[in-house]
Write a protein that binds this ligand. Structure first.
Ligand code: C5P
Length: 209
């Protein structure tokens, strides 16, 4: 039987790790949709184009080569996340990436997709929907630890400000804003480690499927 699991939530909420582990547990393909927007943003930056240029961003989205995105270190930086959030506000970019994401979700076995609008726009009929969140302070701490462990030099206050700015932009945009779907289950991971968060996520999926 096919199973589609939609995992949405803000930056550094743990949704990516949870989605990857759910995919392994249920033997499903996994798409981190944030990588698509990150790749579009990085393409524009590298071409010296403005992130506000919707036509250029839409063209970059249409011609996106999705192979190898998850192994591309250029997409993991804070700069790429910020660029992603800027281009993600363009309706043309979102439209250009829609079919690809819906085709991924339509695979015979099902799929796990994580992002901001999976439960609301990409796969509104998904039987299992999670909205994973945590306080901005806890999310900033997690992301700061990840990045400094990889050798990036960034201060905690800057990290927190980045996350709050990105939350506000993602939730406030007109096109597919980040919002919990009405039928999504809220998973607040503020006081959970990744094991506890994953166990809770699996229980939600078991109840929903
Ligand atoms: O999840 P991640 O931090 O990689 O996402 C980067 C940015 O891409 C988000 O801040 C958001 O603006 C955008 N995004 C989106 N819709 C998705 C996934 C990501 O708008 N489904």
């Amino acid at each position: 039987m096919s199973l589609i699991i939609a995992v949405d939530g803000p930056a550094a909420s743990g949704k990516g790790t949870i989605a990857a582990r759910l995919a392994r547990t249920y033997g499903l393909p996994h798409l981190d949709t944030g990588l698509l927007y990150r790749a579009v943003g990085v393409k524009l930056l590298e071409a010296g184009r403005s992130l506000d240029d919707e036509a250029a961003a839409t063209e970059a989205a249409r011609s996106l080569d999705v192979a190898g995105l998850s192994d591309d270190p250029r997409l993991t930086t804070g700069e790429a996340g910020e660029a992603a959030s800027r281009v993600a506000g363009h309706p043309g970019v979102r439209a250009a990436l829609l079919d690809l994401q819906q085709a991924f979700a339509a695979q015979a076995v099902g799929a796990v997709l994580d992002g901001r609008d999976i439960g609301t726009v990409i796969a509104p009929d998904a039987p299992a929907k999670l909205f994973v969140t945590a306080t901005p302070e806890v999310r900033a701490t997690r992301r700061w630890r990840q990045l400094t462990a990889r050798g990036f030099d960034i201060g905690f206050e800057e990290m927190l400000a980045d996350i709050q700015r990105r939350d506000a932009r993602d939730a406030g945009r007109g096109a597919a804003p980040m919002v919990q779907a009405e039928d999504a289950v809220l998973l607040d991971t503020t006081d959970m480690d990744i094991e506890a968060a994953f166990d809770a996520a699996r229980r939600i999926v078991e109840t929903a499927r």
